[in-house]
Design a protein around this ligand. Sequence first.
Ligand code: PHE
Length: 357
Amino acid sequence: MEQRDNIIINITNMEEQLRHIQQASSVAIQSASSMEELEQVQKKYLGKGGELQSILKGLKDLSPEDKQTIGKYANEVREQVTHIYEKQKSTLHARAIEEQLVTDIIDITLPGRSQISGSAGSRSPFAVFSEECAAVFKKMGFGAWDGQHIVSDYQNFEALNFPENHPARAMQDTFYLEDKLLLRTHTSSLQNEILQTGAFPIRAIVPGKCFRNEATDARHEAIFMQLEGMVVDEGITVEHLIGTLETFLKEIFKRDIKTRIRPGYFPFVEPGLELETECLICGGAGGSCRLCKGLGWIEVMPCGMIHPSVLEMAGVDSKKYSGFAFGFGVSRLAQLKYNIEDCRLMFSAHPKYLEQF
Ligand code: PHE
C-alpha cells in the first residue's frame, strides 16, 4: 500500500508538474518579445534536458496504466505548447518584417544613382592632347620613341654637352638615385640613343614624363609631360625646324598662329632658340593679360640645331650630317589649348574636372 501511495503521489505530482509546465511555458512563450527570447523559453521547457524531459524520466517507475495516462498527458502538453510556440514564432517573424519595412525604406521609384556625379569620367585632357600631338608628327613622317624614366647621368647630361659641374645643370635639378642614375629631367635624354642608330634620315619624337625637383605651384609640377622631336640628315637647316614647328602649331590649334624666334640657351643646341607664339589667351594684344604679362608673346618651344659635339658623341659625322631638335611641355601646351589654369590638375582624377573634356 505504501508503495501504491507513493505512486499515487508521484502521479499527482507529475500531473501537477505537467500542468505547471503547460501554463508557465504558455505564458512565457506568448510574452516572448524576440526570437532569441522565444528560443530560450522553448529550450527551457521543451528542449533537450528541459523541464518536460526531466519529468518524463520518472515514467519508468510507473505502472503500465499510469505510464499510459501520464505519457498521454505529457504528449498533449507538448503538442499544445509546441502549437503556441509555432504561433508566437510566426507572429514575431511577421512583426520583424513589418519593422524592417518601416526602417529600411527603399523607394524603388527613385531613379538610379551613379557613383560619380552622373558620368563614368573621361580620359585626362593631357593624355588625349599628347596623342593628338603625336598623331600630327606621325603625319609628318616622325616615328615615336618610348624612353625610360630612370636614365644615367650620361644620357641626361653628359651626352648632351652638360659636363659635370656645368652651370646649366642647376636649371634641371632632379631626383638622384644610386649609381649615377636619376629621373630624367627632359626627353632630350633619348637623343644620344636615337642618334646612335645612324638610321638617316632620323625623324623621331619622344613623348613622355619628365621629372624635376620643383616647388609645385599652378605653373610648376615635379612631374610633367614633354615631347621631344629631332630630325637629322644631310642638309638640315633652321628653315626646316621653323617650318616643322609652325606646321605643327597650325595643325594642333586648327588656325594660323603667329610665331617669332628668339635666341635661347641649351648646351646641346647651337644656335639655341626659343620659338614664341602670339599669346594664346589675349591673341597678342598684351595689355593686362595674366598669361603673357602684357608682352603679347609666350615662349612655347625651346629648340635649336643639334650641337656638333652632341652628334660626334653619338658617333655621327657632324661634317656630313646636321639636325634640329625641339622639346616642349605637352602639359603647358594643353593648358593653353584648354585654358586649364592649374597644371596640378594634370594628375587629378576628379570627375568634376575630367568630365569637362
Ligand atoms: N630639353 C630642353 C628642356 O627640357 C628643351 C629643348 C629640347 C631645347 C630640344 C632645345 C632642343 O629644357
